[in-house]
Ligand binder design. Sequence first.
Ligand code: ZN
Ligand code: ZN
Length: 373
Amino acid sequence: MKEEEVRNVQAAAKPLQGIPGRLARLRSEFPALGIDALLITHGPNRHYMTGFTGSAGMALITEEGAVLVTDFRYMMQAKDQAPEYSVIQHEVQIFRTVAALTGKSGVHRLGLESRHVSLQQSGQLQAALGPLEYVHTEDVIERLRDVKDEDEIRTISEAARMTDAAFTEVLNYIRPGVTERWIAAELEYQLRLAGADSGGFAFIVASGERSALPHGLASDKEIGQDEFVTMDFGANVRGYLSDITRTVFVGKPSERHKELYAIVLEANMKTIAGLRPGLSGREGDSLGRDVIASYGYGEQFGHGLGHGFGLEIHEQVRLSRESKSVLVPGHVITVEPGIYIPGFGGVRIEDDVLITDDGVKVLTSSPKEMIVL
Ligand code: ZN
Ligand code: ZN
């Protein structure tokens, strides 16, 4: 074969990318799910399947068609962002419009995202659509979202770089007397300056004894002398998030502070060195958990070691003791060991990694050695 022909064959064999690829993969699951259409109501799933980033609307995907139903405010944006879809403006009651569409397309078995449809919506839907068969599906799109494509990885990497930039900047402001809330605001401000659309979630800034709270949201507490300050934050870039934690020390650390920090850092680094495709979520979890347990702090590490993220901050893939995940290339997950000692304080060090063909690529590059301010 000539070189050009070889290239053509490769191109033909390559699975469809982007939205057309996602539609094809979803439709290939219809027979196994026992449906001939899926109604997507969950925002991040709608974004993933259509490209539309607005906050309202539903997508109806049938074997042949793809319709995005939204309201007046979003018509122009939806047409622009979702060219693979026919975009329809709904009446006062969105389900009436959906009913007309399912009738027209001869849908018999309509899949619903049961995790995301409220009892009220389900009642309205059945009143409007009448005698269809409703099939409760769970996590269909969420599972498609687990493996990220090149575009998604690029966007998440961008979000990770912005968190690194914000961390570098915020170090200039952390000192005794500054409130946690102020630090959280500064982080968000720096993320925006770096190009983020917003912060990715409610930031954790927890200092002193509060750093023993794994989810200590930023409070009015002032940072004191000789305290850990744990910051867990991330950016939202075109809907995709990053999620990083760094713990710094203000003042003069004791031997115990240094010991805790060194153990968590070792757990973080050993996990990153050991993660690879084929590993189960439980095996991944024990890479870091065993390090912490070997120093006698197993009881003080009460959460999972990591989680998938992307359009949402917690997605399906988990590194934990109960995880059913198996890592494959394209998974994007956090690695976030921690030790939390009530009445003393805590340390967490969280990075974002991409599972590659033979290991991981670390997407966050903020320094990890103990920073003393
Ligand atoms: Zn985090
Ligand atoms: Zn996290």
